[in-house]
Design a binder for this molecule. Structure first.
Ligand SMILES: [Fe+2]
Length: 217
């Protein structure tokens, strides 16, 4: 069957390709200079923020595979699968970006910044919700996975990044390369995919939320 280029997941897939970037292409030279000029409290703020991101990006990059696999099991959702494939690449790029960041600014014990709520979301709720799809592709399990990943991790978490980064840029004109991680725009695509995806022919909900009853084109 031909690809449905008009479907929302395919439009998001095209955006993902159009905004492709490479963490290796960022030299971080100015960031390294700026880092040295920050006071210890400012360095601690950035270490706190990015220590949460580095583990969060790793958790989603490695955790999304069951979602892709489960979509394939349901069949007739090729465009949705292609978008999720681009999301996994996005998350891997974020992993690389934050690792490169710490290579420049110096090693940090990330775990000292992970509080109980953070550990619960990224090390317990997220993997449990996604791995449940390996044995159960029911609507309930899909909804749980998508709410934890797309609505909790992707929709709310990047706002902390945006707020902290805005503060650093406005107050200290700092962190010129932070925006290149594009974590917010790829998060926006993830949420857009969930909420704006193809309506189910049976219930009219976006397919990822309705239990993935495949529509007939
Ligand atoms: Fe990410």
């Amino acid at each position: 069957m031909p690809l449905r280029h008009d479907l929302p997941p395919m439009r998001d897939f095209q955006l993902a390709k159009r905004f492709a970037w490479d963490p290796q292409a960022i030299d971080f030279i100015q960031d390294a200079r700026d880092w040295a000029a920050l006071d210890p409290r400012e360095q601690d703020l950035l270490n706190r923020l990015f220590s949460m991101f580095v583990a969060g990006e790793e958790a989603v990059a490695s955790g999304l595979a069951p979602l892709l696999w489960a979509l394939g099991r349901l069949g007739n959702l090729r465009e949705e699968e292609m978008f999720v494939t681009s999301q996994i690449l996005d998350e891997s790029l974020h992993v690389e970006f934050f690792h490169r960041w710490f290579e420049v600014t110096g090693p940090v014990d990330h775990s000292r910044y992970w509080g109980p709520a953070y550990r619960r979301i990224f090390f317990k709720e997220l993997p449990q919700a996604l791995e449940a799809l390996l044995t159960d592709q029911s609507p309930r399990t899909f909804i749980r996975a998508l709410v934890v990943y797309h609505l909790t991790v992707e929709a709310s978490w990047p706002k902390r990044d945006t707020l902290a980064r805005s503060w650093l840029v406005s107050v200290r004109a700092y962190c010129p390369d932070c925006g290149k991680a594009s974590s917010t725009s790829s998060a926006t695509r993830a949420v857009t995919w969930l909420m704006g995806s193809t309506p189910c022919s049976a219930c009219s909900l976006p397919i990822p939320l309705c239990g993935l009853t495949p529509t007939t084109p």
